[in-house]
Design a protein around this ligand. Structure first.
Ligand code: KG4
Ligand code: ZN
Length: 397
């Protein structure tokens, strides 16, 4: 089965084409195309993502990206005479795309010049995320579904992150599982009884962990997104303190709180930690590169300890047979190592982490999620595709 994945929930326009087959226990897939156009450079100067700016960029980029994706997957077959669509179909498509200036014209131009591609399903993120941004992907998917007569599967972005760990696995995921989802918008612990059976057992009460990385990076004058920058500085500091005794002592000059570590539940909070970093910085006479690295390390150590310990409590308090960690923040090497160490303390606790390159937002995970829903026959959770709408706060359930 060929699935087109569309993801526009935040600041990445992503399109993928996935060839998937087999049952969920023995999936086979081939990524025919995996394109991600990041808007990082545009949002960088604001230190965060502006929803309407993100929408504008998605509108501008989605059709060229789709065209490139079809070409990569071998589905771009030009027709000699341009395809004519029924006037009532065009009217519906125009209505769907009326709020995305220029998208209707661009999309019709593309689909008129090629043969209908051999795509069986279109999977699109409908939440959670920034609603103006989500709408672009949803409307585009709906329009394509109508023009090509292909079913559209509304897909939960967080479930997509969970699915991202499958790519590269040789064996089926052992359920029940505990999943820790760590991204720019979410920090959640999820108990997964089986595919599609999710229960959120803990979550952040304020900032998401990726958001905390980004905000602390900003305080340190580092570029957006801050996660990779903080981890790079923290790594440098660890290396430096290994080679110099003096540095090692200085490395302990900063220590930040481990919020909610003993809260007795599985929730998180990162706002206090972020504020503690802010006060520390304010008290400093200067912020040298060396000091920045030490703060980055101390902050990262605090975050990693909280994430790991809370996950350990979740594993202890649930009948879990495996651990999944997914979302953009798991690109962090030190965090990966911490979870590897955690599962090594168990007799048989596989750790599933997405391959590097699939940790952040992408559309392969969305296509894969769509495939799983198709084979599990749960693809029509939204009764009518016309009723599909952007749900900024969509939750796993
Ligand atoms: O999953 P994702 O790509 O997008 C959302 O759905 O939010 O996650 C993006 C987040 C950003 O906050 C970014 O700073 C963080 O992931 N991130 C990292 C690292 N790489 C990306 N955080 C810590 N260490 C990293 N190496
Ligand atoms: Zn994400």
């Amino acid at each position: 089965m060929i699935i087109l994945g569309i993801e526009t929930s935040c600041d990445e326009t992503a399109i993928s084409i996935l060839d998937a087959s087999g049952k969920v226990e023995s999936l086979k897939f081939n990524i025919l195309s995996n394109l991600i156009l990041s808007q990082v450079k545009i949002h960088e100067k604001y230190g965060g993502v502006f929803p309407n700016l993100a929408k504008r960029e998605h509108v501008k980029n989605i059709v060229p990206l789709l065209e490139q994706s079809l070409k990569e997957a071998g589905f771009f077959k030009e027709v000699s005479a341009s395809t004519n669509f029924a006037p009532e179909t065009l009217e519906k498509v125009q209505k769907i795309l009326e709020r995305e200036t220029g998208l209707y014209e661009n999309l019709i131009e593309l689909v008129s010049k090629i043969e209908k591609p051999a795509i069986d399903r279109i999977a699109v993120t409908y939440g959670p995320g920034l609603e103006p941004a989500l709408w672009v992907g949803i409307n585009c998917a709906e329009a394509l579904g109508l023009l090509w007569d292909i079913p559209v599967i509304p897909t939960n972005h967080m479930e997509g992150h969970i699915c991202s760990v499958i790519l590269g696995l040789k064996t089926a995921i052992k359920f029940p599982a505990i999943a820790l989802l760590v991204s720019g918008g979410h920090t959640e612990l999820v108990y997964i009884e089986d595919w599609m059976k999710y229960k959120i057992i803990g979550e952040t009460r304020d900032d998401a962990v990726g958001e905390a990385f980004d905000k602390v990076a900003r305080m340190l004058g580092l570029p957006y997104p801050g996660g990779p920058e903080i981890s790079r500085l923290a790594e440098e500091e660890r290396l430096a303190s290994q080679t110099s005794e003096d540095e090692s002592r200085a490395g302990e000059q900063f220590h930040f709180p481990r919020p909610m570590l003993r809260s007795g539940d599985l929730d998180f909070s990162f706002a206090g930690l972020k504020t503690s970093v802010l006060y520390t910085i304010k008290k400093l006479p200067t912020l040298t590169k060396g000091i920045k690295s030490k703060i980055a390390r101390a902050f990262e150590d605090a975050v990693i300890e909280v994430l790991t310990k809370k996950t350990e409590v979740a594993l202890e308090s649930h009948p879990a047979k495996s651990l999944i960690v997914a979302g953009g923040v798991i690109a962090n090497k030190k965090l990966r190592e911490s979870f590897e160490e955690l599962v090594s303390r168990y007799e048989n606790m596989p750790l599933y982490i997405p391959a590097q390159g699939l940790t952040g937002d992408n559309a392969v995970m969305i296509a894969l999620c769509g495939y799983i829903h198709t084979i599990k026959n749960t693809e029509h959770k939204v009764a009518k595709i016309e009723d599909m709408r952007a749900l900024g706060n969509l939750r796993l359930s």
